[in-house]
Design a protein around this ligand. Structure first.
Ligand code: MBD
Ligand code: FE
Length: 284
């Protein structure tokens, strides 16, 4: 038996009192947002006949998510982070702003304050011996198409087990391993050496994984490298690149893969070529 009480006038009055819409105190924007979300929840409880048992399971799960510090992990898993990016894209499009390098989500694993290097950085500390050497380089351009000397390129990625420093459950990594801030050189160029990261998977047994599996989904991401690109007087770009060839490239639980963010990988096996391409220094 379905009982609908959302539309009853007493419930509408109650919602207003609850959100403080009848008061002049409080924050109007917070009131507006909370009123809407709580209203939508009441309506969903009615429409779907959500039982008290189901409701309290959800409350317990929210407590688990908070205790695990995983609100920022389930958020991309539910597509919300990507949705916010799509909105920013739509705003840019409406304003006629063209982004040569697409934005994509930040994710929950950035740590501020990584060591700063000029032009070139070695990201990994050499202790993950399973890693294949990765070299990436490029130039930061402004919206006018001119190179940007001194632009800040913040880079971070995980190791060959899929673990990020500062969030490594085995405690094996030094702080800021595989995290650097590179200041672009006098031609706007940056270059780094690291190791090819593995894909990421949400922690086994975690509340994030539990919800994803109840939704019939996995919690895996393809191998990727994160970037913040910034400079005074310019909007910050948040983006990532994917490692081409990863089987999950179009099956990312966080929906972050985008056209233009899967650069070609060039494999080099001969030592002479590797050396010539800068294993031992910047812009060789
Ligand atoms: C990650 O490494 C990540 O980039 C995102 C978006 C979510 C979880 C882990
Ligand atoms: Fe990541």
């Amino acid at each position: 038996m379905t009982v609908t009480i959302f539309n009853r006038p007493d419930i509408q009055d109650f919602l207003k009192v609850l959100s403080g819409l009848d008061q002049t105190n409080g924050n109007p924007r917070v009131k507006q947002i909370v009123h809407r979300i709580v209203s939508d929840l009441f309506k969903a409880i009615d429409d779907l006949d959500i039982t008290p048992d189901e409701y309290w399971i959800a409350v317990a799960w929210l407590n688990e998510i908070g205790a695990a510090g995983q609100a920022g992990l389930i958020s991309p898993g539910l597509g919300l982070d990507h949705f916010l990016d799509e909105r920013l894209d739509a705003i840019d499009e409406a304003l006629g702003i063209k982004n040569e390098t697409p934005r994509t989500i930040e994710g929950p694993l950035y740590v501020a304050g990584a060591p700063e290097c000029h032009g070139f950085a070695r990201l990994d500390d050499g202790r993950d011996t399973d890693g294949h050497t990765l070299i990436m380089h490029g130039t930061v351009y402004g919206s006018d198409g001119k190179p940007m000397p001194g632009a800040k390129v913040e880079v971070w990625h995980c190791d060959t087990r899929g673990f990020y420093s500062h969030f490594d459950p085995t405690g094996q990594q030094a702080p800021f391993n595989m995290r650097r801030t590179i200041i672009a050189d006098d031609q706007g160029r940056y270059k780094f050496q690291s190791i090819v990261p593995h894909g990421y998977g949400v922690p086994p047994g975690s509340p994030t994984e539990k919800l994803l599996s109840a939704l019939g989904r996995h919690g895996q991401r393809p191998a990727h490298v994160h970037f913040f690109i910034s400079a005074d007087g310019h909007r910050k770009l948040t983006t990532q690149i994917n490692i081409a060839g990863d089987p999950l490239i179009n099956d990312d639980f966080a929906y972050a893969t985008r056209d233009g963010l899967v650069p070609d990988v060039i494999e080099r096996t001969d030592d002479a070529s590797i050396k010539a391409n800068g294993l031992n220094g910047p812009f060789a």
